[in-house]
Design a protein around this ligand. Sequence first.
Ligand code: 5GP
Length: 118
Amino acid sequence: MAVETIFSKIIRREVPADIVYQDDLVTAFRDIEPQAPIHILIIPNIFIATINDVKPEHEQTLGHMIIVAAKIAKQESIVYDGYRLIMNCNQHSGQEVFHIHMHLVGGHHLGPLLTKNE
Ligand code: 5GP
């Protein structure tokens, strides 16, 4: 059975995080180990473990995550230079936290999308 993660506690503000945006559907906060000058995680307030667990009733929330990503990019002044949105699913992607999240990364040139593993 799926169990909630540290992200649920961040949503409920039971553990500290640098929250940059929150509304009824989503919460966004700075990643604790940033991989770029700007690295923000956008997550649904409801618990969904992986992209494989997304149901039709989640459509509004998932779409809203992208609307919020664009809003935050504007807040962070990176809309012109650009940025990248990433969602990982399961082991091969390197997903570590099993509460779906969108990484918003930017603030410098990000390089190629993927590096080839030998
Ligand atoms: P994943 O690899 O699952 O796509 O990404 C999980 C992300 O969550 C990682 O970039 C990691 O640094 C971040 N993270 C994990 N635990 C915490 C935490 O407690 N607080 C914050 N702000 N970020 C976290």
